[in-house]
Write a protein that binds this ligand. Structure first.
Ligand code: FUL
Length: 493
């Protein structure tokens, strides 16, 4: 071998050795900086969904014209005729309300379809609307694109119109419809399956009661596969998940303790005592966060006699804080009226809520504070919770599950809302906390609570704040906080 070649090999070998040593050294040095997730953790699609926080439900279908909440399934398609229908109006109002998407009742329990499904005659294609040539899902998907909103689909598993409901053939029909909806209207962010299943109905003229085994009839495992295949980024909602679960009531209130963790196999859609699971389970094996669905009026559908019963601003604010602010998402229903428009009274309340939220969260007063804590992992300093970046976070040294974050203000600030968020991609951890305020040189405990998760919002009486203490009293492992905030909400009463 010539000497030149030998020296070159030697040189390469040395270089390789040096790189190896330096990597070994680095991994020893930063060993303590690696953070192990606490399972279960969210999938990317669940993280994207959780960031939406506030989006609209629209109940608009046959019931809008029959003034009912649940149609029997024998309604004539000729009844459906919204002469002023304008999905741009829906999308504009919803966008201005600060919401991020719309889920529409493509088919409710009465089986009437808002798109011209090839599998049934019970659809808008046999209605006078747009002379039977319309496609409401298509119109809404175009409006959503125009206003940069995401589109979701409510498809009722229960179908009181279809003659085969309760028999195995119906499942093929249901899946055929699902495929149409997931193939022809662009990106779908959420597929919503209702827990109400089986009972009396028209069923193609049989007019009888049909019961199904809610656990087995739909063969959900294979139905979900269709969704994953056609819309891999969509989250699937049902009482029990698999991606998002029901909060357990239709009043707009999540539980004080809300774990995104759940033993998935302990629950199923439509099970009788579902409310027992509204807090989730600290040791749950799957990540299935809650969604809080509530209507802006008493009914899900539009009823003219409820025009003066649109929820007050005070009530809507309360709902927002008790859903988004309790580790949940708010799915607020707006019943479109029989003209095919969002009613003026609903639009007004949505606007008031959005003005309130914009004004509240426009300025984060916490950035004026100096912040310290008793333990920090080197690469994750406490400043990360106050940098306006949800991707960066603070955490404690290994083995430390308690910590107190202290914010001090040089000049007192006037505030009444506190926000804190866990970095959920690494799992929900915090079990218990205390929130204290120092005002006029006196410390006061404002709140002792349990879970935080994606976001915890705490309201309190407006006061001049000198300092804040947020103590994490118990956690499944090192707590990880991504952001906190302090705000002054305007008076609204
Ligand atoms: C319930 C349904 O039965 C209601 O009609 C409505 O769609 C609501 C959102 O879910 O289970």
């Amino acid at each position: 071998m010539n000497l030149k070649y030998f020296n070159f090999i030697k040189w390469v070998f040395h270089l390789f050795f040096l790189i190896l040593i330096s990597n070994l050294f680095k991994s020893c040095l930063f060993k303590n900086e690696i953070i192990t997730p606490i399972n279960p953790i969210p999938a990317k699609r669940q993280i994207n969904w959780q960031q939406m926080e506030y989006y609209a439900f629209i109940h608009f279908n046959m019931n809008t014209f029959t003034n009912k909440e649940w149609g029997y399934g024998d309604e004539s398609p000729a009844t459906f005729n919204p002469i002023e229908l304008d999905t741009d109006q829906w999308a504009r109002i919803i966008k201005e309300a600060g919401m991020k998407g719309i889920i529409l009742t493509a088919k409710h329990h009465d089986g009437f379809c808002l798109w011209p499904s090839i599998f049934t005659e019970h659809s808008i294609k046999n209605s006078p609307w747009r002379e039977g040539k319309g496609d409401l899902i298509n119109e809404l998907s175009l409006s959503c694109k125009k206003y940069d909103l995401k589109l979701g689909i409510y498809l009722s598993p229960w179908d009181r119109n279809h003659d085969a409901y309760g028999k195995p053939e119906y499942i093929n029909y249901f899946r055929g419809q699902l495929k149409e909806l997931l193939s022809n209207y662009g990106e779908i962010f959420e597929v919503w399956f209702d827990g109400a299943n089986g009972g009396d109905g028209y069923y193609g003229g049989a007019n009888e009661i049909r019961h199904v085994d809610k656990k087995t009839y739909y063969d959900w495992t294979n139905t979900y596969k269709i969704i994953r295949q056609l819309q891999p980024n969509a989250v699937i909602f049902s009482d029990a998940g698999p991606d998002i679960r029901w909060v357990g009531n239709e009043k707009g209130y999540a539980n004080e303790t809300t774990w995104s963790n759940l033993y998935r196999d302990s629950v199923y859609a439509g099970m009788p005592d579902f409310q027992r699971f509204s807090s989730g389970q600290e040791e749950g094996t799957h990540w299935i966060p809650t969604e809080t669905d509530v209507s802006i009026r008493p009914g899900w559908y539009y009823h003219p006699e409820q025009d003066d019963q649109v929820k007050s601003l005070e009530k809507l604010i309360d709902i927002y804080f008790n859903s988004v602010g309790l580790n949940s998402a708010l799915l607020l229903n707006i019943p479109v009226d029989f003209r095919g428009l969002i009613h003026e009274n609903d639009a007004l309340q949505l606007k008031k809520l959005s003005n309130f939220l914009k004004s509240t969260f426009s300025q984060n007063l916490a950035i004026k504070s100096s912040i310290n804590v008793d333990s920090s992992k080197k690469k994750y300093p406490i400043e990360n919770v106050n940098d306006g970046d949800e991707e960066t976070f603070w955490t404690t040294n290994d083995g430390i599950i308690k910590a107190t974050l202290k914010l001090s203000f040089k000049k007192p600030v006037l505030a009444n809302v506190f926000k804190i968020s866990e970095f959920i991609p690494l799992g929900q951890r915090i079990k218990s906390f205390r929130f204290e305020i120092k005002s006029n040189q006196k410390w006061e405990t404002i709140k002792e609570g349990s879970t935080i998760g994606n976001k915890r919002l705490i309201r309190f009486k407006t006061c001049e704040i000198d300092a804040i203490r947020f103590s994490i009293l118990d956690s499944k492992s090192s707590p990880i906080i991504s952001e906190l905030g302090l705000y002054k909400a305007p008076d609204y009463k």
